[in-house]
Design a protein around this ligand. Structure first.
Ligand code: KG4
Ligand code: ZN
Length: 339
């Protein structure tokens, strides 16, 4: 079964053709970083306009690269949420149009669930179910208990900033452009991770939840002084920036590892599946590998960790097989979806 997947939840317009849930025939991603880097984060109206411009060329390119005829597609899968409403509508309308024109079934999938599925598409370690899922992206930070694909229980999540958002905001404070994650990782390689004693937040009565907004303020004070008024980002020494990046990164990752391992021990799980853009970070992988020695760790490959449509097509294949029925053409976007 060949599935055409479409992704447009945030700042990537993507289309991919995937055979039988795993074999990627094409995976085209048009990123919008060039427009959003001016604003330190995603500017929704500009994102929507760029999706409108990009969606048809991206679909065309994905079909051409896969070297098949559009008529050979068996199913259209689309990320129906969570995400920016206008952005979702662009992908959803493209998917509905294709489904209607080709008279093929349509399936709307959850973007966050697809991030977890992405790790299962790689050829590396495969998890044993039930297992723990960890989503670390620009918009989400969650730990899940996964019985099987499609059967999840939310264990904990962030109560404020997502982890990727914290990387992006910390970068902005230091005058580094969006997206900050990869640049903070590069800076951190040269820094002392124990130079600054930043703290992640503790959520009262929900000790497994995350809170990253306080650490961002801690970094702000380290850069701009205790009263936050000094404009130091341009005069800050490179070594200070590196030390701040390394300390911030170590402390947020330690928080994630501690809570993930606690969840795995409490639920007696031996495998952990990761998803989301922050899982691109090689220090995160090293720290997990050092500390989670008795677990099978399943990471998405590089091309599948950031937003992409292969994960949407892959998950869509399984959902359609399980449900055996198409969504109708009134399928609505969902800006928020809870597990
Ligand atoms: O999963 P994703 O593409 O988008 C969402 O669904 O949110 O994740 C994007 C996020 C951004 O916040 C970006 O800064 C972060 O992932 N990111 C990283 C790295 N690469 C991307 N964070 C830390 N280290 C990285 N190497
Ligand atoms: Zn995402």
């Amino acid at each position: 079964m060949i599935v055409l997947g479409i992704e447009s939840t945030c700042d990537e317009t993507a289309c991919s053709l995937v055979k039988n849930g795993k074999e990627i025939l094409s995976n085209v991603v048009a990123s919008q970083h060039d427009i959003h880097e001016l604003y330190g984060g995603v500017f929704p109206v500009l994102a929507i306009r760029r999706h409108v411009d990009a969606i048809i060329p991206v679909i065309d390119e994905a079909v051409k690269t896969a070297n098949i005829k559009l008529e050979a597609v068996d199913l259209i899968a689309v990320a129906r949420g969570p995400g920016l409403i206008g952005a979702l509508l662009v992908g959803l309308n493209a998917a509905k149009t294709l489904a209607f024109a080709l008279q093929k079934p349509l399936i709307g999938v959850n973007h966050i669930e697809a991030h977890i599925y992405a790790a299962l598409m790689s050829q590396d370690a495969q998890p044993s179910f039930p297992c723990i899922g960890v989503i670390l992206s620009g918009a989400h930070t969650s730990i899940l208990y996964i019985n099987e694909i499609g059967d999840y229980e939310l264990i904990s999540q962030t109560v404020d900033d997502a982890i990727g958002e914290a990387f992006d905001k910390v970068a902005k404070v230091m005058g580094i452009s969006y997206p900050g994650g990869p640049k903070i990782e590069a800076l951190a390689k040269k820094g002392n991770p124990f130079r600054y004693a930043f703290k992640t937040g503790h959520v009262k009565k929900r000790p497994m939840d995350f809170s990253f907004s306080g650490i961002k303020t801690g970094v702000l004070y380290a850069v701009k002084g205790q009263n936050g008024l000094l404009d130091n980002k341009d005069t800050l020494l490179e070594s200070d920036k590196s030390n701040i990046a390394a300390s911030f990164q170590r402390i947020v990752f330690e928080d994630v590892i501690k809570k993930t391992l606690k969840a795995a021990a409490e639920r007696d799980c031996k495998s952990i599946i990761f998803g989301g853009g922050v899982t691109n970070n090689s220090r995160l992988k090293e720290m997990f590998t050092e500390q989670a020695v008795n677990y099978t760790l399943c990471w998405p490959s590089f091309g599948l960790s950031l937003d992409n449509a292969a994960m949407i097509a892959g998950l869509g294949f399984h959902q359609y097989k399980k449900r055996g029925a198409s969504d109708d053409l009134f399928l609505q976007p969902q800006t928020r979806i809870h597990f």
